[in-house]
Design a binder for this molecule. Structure first.
Ligand code: LMR
Length: 327
């Protein structure tokens, strides 16, 4: 009897399967920052556009604040099929390619317009394919902004950083950058930074205004030096396996929605950068230190030799192309 019931049930399932249309493709988008950031807002916009245009066909679920995966796990999870999209900082790809290390070189780009020129030019576009051999597809660049240095003590010249512990992303270039000023860099996940700063386990960190504001680092870091010494940008990625198994027409539509969401994210990045900096100043919790040209020149002199160290891994031509984008 039990056998018969099971047989009837499975027959019903099979019949049912023919009449019920296929379940929507699920895109889990995992990121580590707050929702009120360029990346958070871009992901939400992408979800809205997909829901509007591909209802019943594709479903996007956004997981912010390292809820699903932290930054050191997300790419492994993507290759296992546990998450379909993410936009890690360009500093977090070194296990997969050495070329993207270019974006970490200190004092490389003079402003975000130069970053745009390089990313949209032939070299930048080629770098979107640099993860291909590892099974990942670069779908586009997303901006956050320039990085600033926050600390428990005022940092005006490189000598002020000597012996201090700084949290960095998982990047050997960033490690070399802090070692160049005799500081002590520690590779730690983004989700741990606030507690490390609050408990004074570390002295400082580098990040964009938007991350310093949205993750409340400014509440536990009394000084922020406006150094603009490096770039915090992202690459939106997916796995080749997931991407290629999508129907052609769906893939085109999903990419279109993503491109539009990226344009939107990039269009608000500069405005958020300025607004979040102002909100930090207004809070009076942290003093924003402006450095003079002479002081800045000292940081450049100390950190720029890092370029030479990584020239072999990145490629001199690529570095030259990035420098040329400053003009
Ligand atoms: C960091 O880890 O400091 C940032 O990359 C976080 C982010 O994704 O902006």
């Amino acid at each position: 009897m039990r056998l018969l019931t099971a047989a009837v049930a499975s027959l019903a399932l099979m019949v049912g399967a023919q009449t019920v249309s296929a379940a929507p493709v699920e895109i889990k988008f995992s990121h580590v920052v707050a929702e009120n950031t360029p990346k958070g807002k871009m992901a939400t916009k992408f979800k809205e556009l997909v829901e509007e245009r591909l209802a019943g066909k594709v479903e996007v679920k956004v997981f912010p604040n390292s809820q699903l995966f932290g930054d050191n796990k997300v790419l492994e999870a993507m290759l296992l099929g546990d998450v379909q999209m993410a936009a890690p900082a360009l500093s977090k790809f070194q296990k997969y390619t050495k070329q993207l290390q270019i974006f970490d070189l200190p004092f490389l780009f003079k402003d975000m317009e130069a970053v745009d020129r390089f990313q949209n030019g032939p070299d930048g576009q080629k770098l979107l394919g640099s993860l291909q051999k590892k099974g990942l597809v670069g779908l586009g660049y997303l901006h956050n902004g320039m990085k600033q240095l926050s600390a428990s003590q005022p940092l005006k010249t490189p000598a002020d950083a000597e012996g201090k512990k700084f949290r960095i992303m998982t990047s050997d270039v960033l490690q070399a950058q802090f070692e160049a000023v005799d500081a002590v860099p520690l590779k730690k996940p983004f989700s741990e930074v606030f507690t490390l700063l609050q408990t004074r386990a570390i002295d400082g960190q580098e990040n964009s205004w938007s991350n310093i504001y949205s993750k409340k680092f400014f509440e536990v870091q009394p000084y922020i030096t406006e150094s603009n010494h490096g770039l915090l940008d992202y690459m939106v990625v997916t796995s080749a396996e997931f991407w290629m198994q999508l129907d052609d027409d769906l893939r085109v539509e999903v990419k279109k929605a993503l491109d539009e969401a990226i344009v939107y994210g990039n269009s608000i990045a500069a405005q958020k950068d300025a607004a979040d900096k102002q909100a930090i100043i207004d809070s009076k919790r942290s003093e924003v230190i402006e450095i003079s040209d002479a002081e800045r020149a000292q940081w450049v002199k100390a950190m720029k030799p890092v370029w030479k160290k990584f020239e072999g891994q990145i490629g001199k031509d690529l570095i030259d192309a990035a420098v040329a984008a400053n003009k």
